[in-house]
Design a protein around this ligand. Sequence first.
Ligand code: COA
Length: 198
Amino acid sequence: MSHDFGAKPAVLRCARCGRFVDWDEARVQVICSCRPHIDLPPVLVREATDADRAAARELFHRDFGRTKVVAFGEIMDLDQMPALVAVMHAEPSGALAYRLLGDALHIVALATDPMWQRSGVGAYLVAEAELLARRLGLSRLIISTTNDNLPALYFYQRRGYRFSALATDSVITHTHQELAGFAGIPVRDEIRLEKRLG
Ligand SMILES: CC(C)(COP(=O)(O)OP(=O)(O)OC[C@H]1O[C@@H](n2cnc3c(N)ncnc32)[C@H](O)[C@@H]1OP(=O)(O)O)[C@@H](O)C(=O)NCCC(=O)NCCS
């Protein structure tokens, strides 16, 4: 069990030096709008083809250390879910796995290759998931993340997602241990967010 839901490998990229960084080594830093805009190739988002699935699997595996995730009280296998991929060059640089849950599109996992983080890949993937939800006539998008994942909490709230529930100790219930997450913060709780489509 601890292997299935074990520690996460390096998945983040230092905004200052560009080095890939482990969750527990990462730190929050306040910056102003001095950050330069980088000119990047266009991002193409599409439904994952069979050929894309191996790359998407690799991205999720690197981020979560596994392809099974726990969210909303369920264990889900990312290999069994539909996915969107974002392509900047030839290879997928980001992937988003989702499922339909009642009136919601559930973003089950979102991962950007550290090399391409802060290039708009995550934002394009989420925007496409929102378009898909609208096309399907759904009324909201839901996601869950862990209490330590400050980059994800920042990323989603910046894009209009609001806290909807806190599942205290739900991660510990599944991992049976207290892992060190972002900046060494103990990973304990599941934080759920939602965005209602107007
Ligand atoms: C959370 C995560 C998915 C964000 O993905 P991302 O591809 O880096 O996100 P984006 O590039 O779209 O946006 C991040 C920032 O880059 C900035 N950015 C985008 N394009 C840019 C460009 N051309 N030049 C400079 N900055 C740019 C965005 O403005 C945004 O910053 P802001 O919100 O302060 O304005 C990514 O950090 C990740 O994979 N984390 C690990 C896995 C994880 O935690 N997943 C979420 C839980 S399921």
